[in-house]
Design a protein around this ligand. Structure first.
Ligand code: DX5
Ligand code: ZN
Length: 219
């Protein structure tokens, strides 16, 4: 069983205090930092880009788990790698040649993630599984924090775990969107080993980040 890791999403953080917020996440026991990049085109929201990631880089030694909700994505991969991303996760619909984008991320020596929206089937990535370091299963439609968890995506988590075990691969399964203290257990049981959470970590228990991270990790 893979170690359960927590990747808090800074989308729910105070954007005027991002450096301090990231320090609080590290002190609270986060395993990595989930950075939601949105371009207002692939998703109907706009957040941060490479300059902000670059300025945050020195505030923590934790890995930046960068979720690129941007399209077209291929031509921007280099700038996120240069800004300090450690894991670069892209959506397959956002590139006109997934194999080229995979090659680009790996050539930059970054961990490669592929994200599946709730309605995207696993077929789109099956032939790439041996190249992938992480599959990010969206349990909400991308674009906003604070949305309701979509339990139907747990079948996809189970399917990917079975495929991974059958093919003796080792990619992580990360789940993202509406994760709380109840459904986190369902996600782990289904086979997810990295939980992304924004609202639950920043807003529950009067914003007690350490308590919220510990509660999410407890199975
Ligand atoms: C949504 C983002 C998620 C979201 C998670 O497009 O990819 O990472 O911020 O936030 P919560 O945990 O509030 O659903
Ligand atoms: Zn995300």
């Amino acid at each position: 069983m893979k170690k359960i890791q927590i990747s808090p999403s800074i989308l729910s953080a105070d954007f005027s205090q991002l450096g301090n917020e990231i320090k609080k996440l590290e002190e609270g026991g986060a395993d990595m930092i989930h950075v939601d990049v949105m371009d207002g085109h692939y998703v109907p929201n706009l957040t941060i880009g490479p300059p902000v990631i670059k300025s945050l880089r020195s505030h923590t030694s934790l890995k930046f788990d960068v979720h690129l909700m941007i399209s077209p994505v291929h031509k921007y991969i280099q700038s996120y790698a240069d800004a300090g991303a450690d894991i670069i996760t892209i959506h397959p619909e956002a590139t006109d040649n997934l194999q080229n984008s995979i090659k680009k991320i790996k050539k930059l020596k970054k961990k490669l993630g592929i994200s599946l929206n709730p309605e995207t089937k696993t077929d789109i990535i099956k032939k790439f599984l041996d190249q992938i370091d992480l599959v990010l299963i969206m349990s909400v439609n991308p674009g906003f924090g604070g949305q309701k968890f979509m339990p139907e995506v747990l079948d996809k988590v189970k399917e990917l775990k079975d495929l991974r075990d059958k093919q003796k691969l080792n990619f992580d399964i990360e789940i993202d969107g509406g994760i709380n203290f109840e459904n986190s257990k369902l996600a782990i049981k289904a086979g997810a080993n990295i939980l992304v959470s924004g609202t639950t970590i920043f807003k529950s228990n009067n914003g007690d980040i350490k308590k919220n991270i510990d509660l999410l990790k407890s199975i």
